[in-house]
Design a protein around this ligand. Structure first.
Ligand code: ATP
Ligand code: MG
Length: 522
């Protein structure tokens, strides 16, 4: 008998269960409603994509790509295992055929490896047949060559990439941009506004508000740049788009009555002015290098902007005196930033400027923002977003502007629950307490009618004594019990008991529906 094993959800993942899932559904439903009033349509991209897509979009230097992605080689089925040397012959035939039929990537390095593998394998066969035919009668050299060739074959087998590297998505902006290009959405009326909801995957250290499978609700506005455009007028247009996108998130949070919502904004400049600022910053950081922690010291080289992100207590005073990007923005970036703020004002969106807000992903430019909420401890960011003109082009599309955000749904739900907004209606509307075999048909009929009218109905599969039925109705939180005995079934006069106060009254089927409908509204 197989050993007993207790299976558990993988670390960093969890089951979402009723009644909590009711809240998740409400949140997602509200997102759909709010986003659709702003003209967004839903996109459902796949959950895995080529690793290369994320590496390119998010940036190879980021934590997400360098160490947090769940990646795997998408091997074709049925390739023999090269570590079993009895199968080496089949293996070489399978990979040669795979390359020919392109079920294995026909890259130059793969073709090279397969060729080398074949020649090593042929040599190996020759040596092993010499051993078998007794042509060689002992002594060391040949068995040693045999072992060495076998090792070489196995080694070269490892260098053959049997399938493309794929990753579970750590975020969805890259996928949305890929889809925009793939489906030629630049030919649609611009801008294209899309939203998505679904799981993302990052191998991070699990803690409150941080999981390895977590959920995001996000939206993107993509707009192909028409030739000859992109000048000063666009600055105002882009700023208005940025402000409307931010307004939409804030409206969504307001609709959910999320508590303690704080919006922070910043501009991180563009390809023109940011590199100059980064150099100024780097020079200043070098002056104070020995007073910084090891992480920040390293970032002076790799990514000085991330030093501003530091939460290290000892560095705060030093960071406060560093040069600020707002003093180094180019004319267009500065104008756009001013306009974003003016537009937020027009929309009555309250914000705080945070010059230290630099987002982790490589693709952001100009407007960046983050929203925090109450009750989340140190993982208090519920939304991050920003402008990413140029990302679509980086992924092989035409010059395109982009602005979007991603909301951490897990954290959003946590915050709502902390504020006591998580108590969504549960239980049933009507529990059908039926007794007597002849009553079953009436009970089934009543259940069908009530469910068709949208009521949550529990129909026990076998008859129960009324006392037991009423107890059960109470335990599952039913509002009413419909009592059906043989008398009720015969007369068509059904008894409805209100469980909260124990009152009961008799109704015909039509009267019952009318009563329940009225009670639902009230
Ligand atoms: P953080 O600084 O909290 O790690 P981030 O900058 O990595 O966030 P983004 O990649 O911008 O986050 O994703 C947007 C939102 O998704 C975050 O604000 C957060 O609410 C949520 N989020 C990110 N990573 C996780 C995670 N591992 N578990 C739960 N929610 C997450
Ligand atoms: Mg993170």
């Amino acid at each position: 008998m197989a050993e007993k094993r207790k299976f558990q959800a993988i670390k960093g993942t969890r089951d979402l269960l009723p009644p909590e899932t009711e809240l998740w559904n409400q949140v997602e439903q509200t997102a759909r409603e709010v986003f659709s009033t702003y003209g967004f349509g839903e996109i459902r991209p796949p959950i895995f994509e080529p690793t290369e897509l994320f590496a390119r979009a998010v940036g190879g230097e980021t934590d997400i790509v360098s160490k947090e992605m769940y990646s795997f080689e998408d091997r074709p089925a049925g390739i023999p295992d090269p570590r079993r040397f009895m199968e080496l012959g089949d293996y070489v035939l399978a990979i040669e055929e795979g390359i020919r039929k392109e079920t294995i990537p026909s890259t130059p390095s793969n073709r090279d490896s397969v060729r080398t593998f074949r020649s090593k394998f042929d040599e190996f066969v020759k040596v092993s047949s010499m051993l078998k035919t007794g042509f060689h009668s002992g002594g060391d050299p040949i068995p040693r060559a045999y072992g060495a060739l076998l090792m070489e074959c196995i080694y070269f087998a490892q260098t053959i990439q049997l399938g493309e590297m794929l990753s579970l998505r750590p975020e969805a902006t890259a996928s949305v941009c890929r889809a925009y290009i793939e489906h030629g959405m630049h030919a649609l009326p611009q801008p294209v506004k899309l939203y998505y909801t679904g799981p993302m995957f990052r191998r991070e250290r699990p803690q409150k508000g941080r999981y390895r499978q977590f959920y995001q609700i996000g939206a993107e506005v993509l707009e192909a740049i028409q030739p000859g455009h992109g000048g000063a007028k666009d600055i105002f247009k882009d700023a208005a788009t940025d402000a409307e996108v931010i307004e939409m998130v804030m409206e969504f949070f307001a609709r959910l009555e999320l508590q303690g919502v704080q919006l922070e904004i910043n501009s991180i400049g563009c390809r023109e002015c940011r590199p100059k600022y980064v150099e100024v910053l780097r020079a200043e950081l070098l002056k104070v290098k020995d007073r910084l922690g090891p992480d920040s010291q390293r970032r002076i080289d790799t990514n000085p902007l991330r030093v501003l992100d530091s939460k290290l207590e000892s560095e705060q005073e030093i960071i406060a005196k560093l040069p600020r990007i707002s003093e180094h923005l180019c004319v267009d970036c500065a104008k756009q930033y001013e306009e974003v703020k003016r537009q937020l004002g027009l929309r009555s969106v309250a914000y705080k400027e945070n010059w230290r807000l630099v987002r982790g992903l490589d693709y952001y430019m100009r407007t960046t923002f983050e929203i925090t909420a109450k009750g989340l401890g140190s993982q208090n960011a519920v939304c991050g977003g920003g402008r990413y003109d140029g990302l679509v082009e980086l992924l092989g599309g035409q010059p395109t502007k982009g602005i979007g955000f991603a909301i951490g749904e897990d954290r959003l739900i946590l915050s709502l629950q902390e504020a006591g907004k998580g108590n969504v209606a549960k239980g049933r509307d009507v529990y059908i307490a039926w007794l007597g075999e002849k009553t079953l048909a009436t009970a089934i009929h009543a259940a069908k009618t009530l469910r068709a009218a949208g009521f949550r109905v529990e129909l026990p599969p076998v008859e129960q004594k009324f006392g037991k039925a009423l107890g059960q109705a109470d335990r599952i939180g039913s509002r009413y019990a419909l009592i059906l005995g043989e008398d009720e079934a015969a007369s068509g006069q059904w008894t409805l008991k209100t469980l909260a106060d124990g009152t009961q009254a008799k109704y015909t089927e039509a009267q019952l529906l009318e009563f329940l409908m009225k009670a639902k509204v009230s």
